[in-house]
Design a protein around this ligand. Structure first.
Ligand code: C5P
Length: 234
């Protein structure tokens, strides 16, 4: 650890869809003055690009080439992260129903995962990153100093996503719950880097808790971990 990274840690927040990971991770990053990295947005960006190119998830070679050649930039901001793909801001198009339905199939492709994981590791090299996803604690950053597996009941997760979708969700709450369940099933059952709680991750059930409560808990653990690291260095 060099002088720059000595006083920072990496925090991995994994869990199923709608558990509140991005809201909580953003708050933790804000409180600790860390950088928030939403890795789901990267898989969504690859999916959007595949849709635009008229590709299906079965066309693995072409989708892999696309994922390997696309330039993805995550720009942190106070209103959340902007996603720039090949120079274009695609942030507002990443959460469509079409992307939701395809993303887990695109995320199963080995070369897509290899490219995204390598970009993600590079972003975390200097430490001071709060990264949310499905495989961060188990695969992308297995050495992260703090790992959290965040979950909530299926109904609550669907309800949160439903509320985020605004006045014209284009889907009923029941449908959304089924779709989220299906995405989680694919994420859990895939061969490469499936959705899984790391052995050394703290399990947090956010059902009935506010995002602030959960974020405070994680910040508390993060500060405790920093104290342990500086005590060990003395
Ligand atoms: O977090 P979000 O719901 O935006 O993620 C969208 C999808 O991207 C997930 O359902 C999963 O298929 C994929 N993903 C992944 N690994 C990550 C983050 C997201 O496979 N680290």
């Amino acid at each position: 650890m060099n002088a720059n990274t000595a006083q920072r840690i990496n925090i991995a927040i994994d869990g199923p869809a709608g558990a509140g990971k991005s809201t909580v991770a953003r708050m933790v990053a804000r409180d600790l003055h860390y950088i928030y990295v939403d890795t789901g947005a990267m898989y969504r960006a690859a999916t959007l690009k595949a849709i635009e190119e008229g590709l299906s998830a079965e066309q693995q070679e072409l989708v892999s080439q696309l994922a390997e050649s696309m330039d993805i930039r995550l720009i942190p901001g106070t209103e959340g992260q902007k996603v720039i793909v090949d120079g274009e801001d695609v942030t507002d198009r990443l959460r469509s129903l079409e992307v939701n339905r395809l993303v887990s199939h695109i995320a199963k492709i080995e070369r897509v995962r290899t490219r995204m994981a390598s970009l993600q590791r590079r972003m975390a090299l200097e430490k001071g990153v709060v990264m949310d996803g499905r495989d961060i604690g188990t695969h992308v950053l297995p050495d992260a100093e703090l790992k959290v597996f965040l979950t909530a009941s299926p109904r609550e997760r669907a309800l949160r996503r439903f509320r985020e979708m605004g006045d014209n969700p284009g889907v009923t709450l029941d449908q959304l719950e089924l779709e989220i369940g299906e995405r989680d099933r694919i994420d859990r059952e895939r061969e490469i880097a499936p959705l899984l709680q790391a052995e050394d991750a703290r399990l947090v059930d956010s059902t009935g808790k506010s995002a602030e409560q959960v974020a405070d808990e994680i910040v508390h653990w993060g500060l405790a971990s920093l104290r342990t690291i500086s005590a060990e260095e003395k």
